[in-house]
Design a binder for this molecule. Structure first.
Ligand SMILES: Cc1cc2nc3c(=O)[nH]c(=O)nc-3n(C[C@H](O)[C@H](O)[C@H](O)COP(=O)(O)OP(=O)(O)OC[C@H]3O[C@@H](n4cnc5c(N)ncnc54)[C@H](O)[C@@H]3O)c2cc1C
Ligand code: SF4
Length: 340
């Protein structure tokens, strides 16, 4: 590992100033992703700016009923928070579906959203990779790409975004709060925070150099809405999603009043299923309507040689999630879970 300097600021202003003084620096949350990448020489910062002493550890309910989660809140604490479990079950379930208990104790809200792809070529500096070193090529396209993207990929990169939490936040219409010394605080919709790869796969998100992710804002949850997160993976735990789905549903008078559906594991960012949502909003959620809406969304998929199975996986996950939510909302017994 390349030697680096370590600094421990105690305020946002100090942290931003430290970054301005050391352009080759990185912020450090729990370190569970960044330090791994440093050990492999994928990340080689001159300076680590540890954010864990900043006053960013609170989860607070705002007078509007919204929830503000600060960036250093550990994944474990967020998943277990009573208001998260009762009002935003999809978020709690997504967090608990990620990593392991020990990792979740250390991993932070900010670091989870800013973790890097698990594409094996990105993690191996001996292999060409446009995300790690722009202009060198994409080893995965003709290589091992079973876990890679089927939606929104580009000629330059087919990586997927790994965070389960980010998928739930996309469906919950959360907002990400960012800070830098020059511009102060700005807010970005969770659905616009992560990027598709396009010509610049090296940029995972719209965060600007030196910006600090300070908080996530969850809008007030509609009392009649239900939400859930489903994840399919190679092992029962400790594995990233092959495909996952977060869904928020509110029915009124037997019709879909509000639906938010987001897929994980399929694209370079959480994939908000706007085509399916538009088809179902205002409609009666019949078996046929659900299937047609999800199929219409996934018609945009362009699988590669080895990952077409992800489209079927996502289709089944979405169908099961929506059916379960409908039955939960109407009080009917949930369907017998199918193996994805
Ligand atoms: C074996 C293993 C399995 C895993 N499985 C899953 C899984 O199934 N699902 C899942 O979602 N995750 C999984 N993870 C990922 C894990 O959740 C992340 O490593 C973790 O969330 C990263 O959080 P951190 O605080 O440790 O981030 P760090 O490693 O500290 O930072 C990650 C990145 O974020 C930046 N950063 C951190 N905080 C801020 C901030 N506030 N502002 C600006 N930049 C910041 C850092 O500079 C770095 O670039 C797994 C990890 C491991 C090691
Ligand atoms: S898929 Fe993206 S991250 Fe993986 S090798 Fe290609 S460019 Fe790199």
């Amino acid at each position: 590992m390349k030697p680096f300097t370590y600094v421990r600021p105690t305020s946002l202003r100090e942290a931003a100033a430290a970054h301005a003084r050391h352009p080759g620096s990185r912020y450090l949350g729990g370190g569970t992703n960044l330090v791994d990448l440093m050990k492999r020489d994928v990340e080689t910062p001159d300076t680590l700016i540890d954010l864990t002493r900043l006053p960013l550890h609170a989860i607070e309910e705002l007078p509007t009923g919204a929830l503000r989660v600060q960036a250093a809140v550990p994944n474990t604490d967020l998943a277990a928070h009573p208001l998260v479990r009762t009002r935003y079950p999809a978020l709690s379930q997504a967090l608990l579906a990620g990593a392991s208990g020990q990792l979740r104790n250390i991993a932070t809200t900010g670091g989870n959203l800013l973790q890097r792809t698990r594409c094996p070529y990105f993690q191996d500096p001996s292999k060409p990779c446009n995300k790690r070193e722009p202009g060198t090529g994409c080893s995965a396209r003709d290589g091992v790409h079973r876990d890679h993207a089927v939606l929104g990929q580009s000629d330059h990169c087919i990586a997927t975004h790994p965070s389960d939490m980010a998928v739930a936040l996309a469906a919950l219409d959360a907002t990400i709060e960012l800070y830098d010394a020059e511009h102060g605080t700005r807010q970005v919709a969770a659905t616009a925070f992560h990027r598709l790869p396009g010509d610049h796969p090296e940029q995972d998100t719209v965060i600007r150099p030196g910006e600090i992710l300070t908080a996530v804002l969850l809008p007030p949850a509609a009392p009649a809405a239900a939400s859930l997160y489903r994840k399919a993976r190679d092992r029962a735990s400790y594995a990233f999603a092959l495909a996952s789905v977060a869904a928020v549903l509110e029915l009124r008078d037997g019709r879909v009043h509000h639906l938010a559906l987001a897929f994980g594991g399929l694209a370079h960012r959480p994939w908000r299923a706007t085509t399916a949502e538009a088809r179902l909003t205002g409609a009666r959620p019949t078996e046929r309507a659900l299937r047609e809406a999800v199929d219409a969304e996934l018609a945009a998929a362009r699988p590669l040689r080895d990952n077409a199975f992800k489209v079927d996986l996502a289709r089944n996950l979405a169908h099961d999630a929506l059916t379960t939510l409908i039955r939960t909302t109407t009080g009917d017994p949930p369907p017998t879970p199918r193996r994805p």
